[in-house]
Design a protein around this ligand. Sequence first.
Ligand code: BG6
Length: 644
Amino acid sequence: MPTPNPLSEPCVMIIFGASGDLTKRLLVPALYNLACDGLLSDNFAVLGVGRSEITDTQFRESMTGETDGLPKFHTRKAYDQPQADKLINRFHFQSANIAVEDFKKLKERVAALDVACGAQGNVLFYFAMAPRFFGPLCDTLHAAGFQDGPGWKRIIVEKPFGTDLPSALKLNDEILRHWREDQIFRVDHYLGKETVQNLLAFRFSNGMFEPLWNNQHIDNIQFNVCESVDVQGRGGYYDSSGVLRDMIQNHMFQMLSYLCMEPPGSFEADSIRNEKAKLLESVRVYKPEEVPQYVVRGQYGPSFHENGELHQPGYRQEKDVKPDSGTETFAAIKLHIDNRRWTGVPIYLRSGKALWKRGTEIVVTFKHPPVAVLRGTGIEKLEHNRLIFHIQPKQGIELIFQAKVPGPTLQLQKVDMSFNYGNVFKASRYTGYEVMFYSCMRGDATLFSRGDLVKAAWEIAQPLLDYWQANPPGDSFPNYARNSWGPPAANALVERDGRHWYEVIMPEVLERLPLFQGCEPMFLNAVIMSLQSRAFSAGETIIKAGDTAGEMYLICRGSVEVTDKSGKHLKHLREGDYFGEIGLLLSTPRTANVNATTQCDLFILEKSAFCRIMEDNPQFAESVATLAKERYNIVVSGTDLMHV
Ligand code: BG6
């Protein structure tokens, strides 16, 4: 049984920029979760600081509004009013500018709160303000004497930490002018994710995988952070950021260092952070002229309805974005880690907005076993074993390997062993900030970034920024359509090495087919495992009218044209679309042609695999038969579906 967690240490928490949205949406729900879980010390008070002239009561009311406060933003099943009241009654507000006189008054207020709640002199400063204020805040806090007296003083700094290498170094200098590194807690909310923290637990508390964790056994590693959302009205911020600064330099490099670092001497914060820094320092820093060889950038364009009308705007048409913006909303990068463990193992990273699905996953692909042993079996190619860390929205770990298909000859099929957080643990109700607050209140800096880590991460990113700035994309942007996988050049980056991006298909992607909408997760998972990938060249026929139907297709990359028997254009389909699913239900002649208009990567579900799933799970056969009638007006019986 896990031992109960101790309480957070007493403190007064000062939130600078408390009237902003972040406080209501994330910080207060996180404190509330800690309180509900019995992790927040009773010797605790919050002092919101901002320029607005509001009273404690008004501040409390603004945090608890039915439609824009804790009752709306809390993440628990039920709202616990007494618990919320108890927490919010510890909230106070003081108006202040960043000026020594104001901060001296603030100090008096903190001293009074400290006595009232018994915080033992401990103060936690939370900077929920734009980064340009971080330096002045640190200076003014120091000048007002906040470092004096008993107890600890710690500062939580929100991202972004700098906008490039020089600005990050400058910021580090400003913050560390009067404060010690062990007082600074730089937030990266990915480190607050259970699935990210579990990367370390997985690697270092299991004996089985670590011996394989090197260039002898691993072929390549892919990090995917795909977002289906666009910039969601944050164009003003995003246009001066881009995906490299927004996601890759921070969140993705944190995951990279956890996955690839050497074993730490202990699980102490600095032991872990030393190894993370060493790992990032081993990543090859490109010369700007090498950037086009290893990096692809992209920007999303608009999407249109079938009739040609605009559906959703492209990035350049988003609010507060420059109409000729060169900001990248997508990037794919090949990195090299030049140390003994990883030399020769390419690390591919890919992230973007307005992509066809949301999903963060890390795919570790192992080397092939020699195929010679299978001579004479008819099996010419073996699939790689893969270990997939599903970070979100699916949370789990999956091992993919080959198994023999039952029958008299040797045939192999991809199968998986899977661990799903939700099946084993109570699903986390957390926002990600709880563990950050809790760790900081207990002085544990493991989940926060350190100055040298931030520097090493910017050193890797800087040549990309330099090259991009010197070579604006101009008319080559936008270069990918909304809801696609990103620019085709991102595929070429990996295919040049004889590899592919490993696409993790989530059940919701399958659920776009009426046939699979609302089906049981177990069934959808069985279908996903049976999907086979196949590439078609531009111009190649995928389905010919008149041929007997026997499979369905899901377009992973590329586009196809559907024509009728006489060759008349019917429609275009592209990434994320599907076709031919009737072939799973009926073995009738195809009524249309489908030709690849570009090089296409498709997932195919063969009817034989589909029938096997039905045979193994007759309850699914009955429900698919019902769906076939309801959604396609096709009458088949469950028994029919079990036979090819
Ligand atoms: C933030 C970025 O840091 O992370 C956002 O600024 C991004 O642009 C977000 O959408 C993604 O976080 P998560 O937890 O949803 O993966």
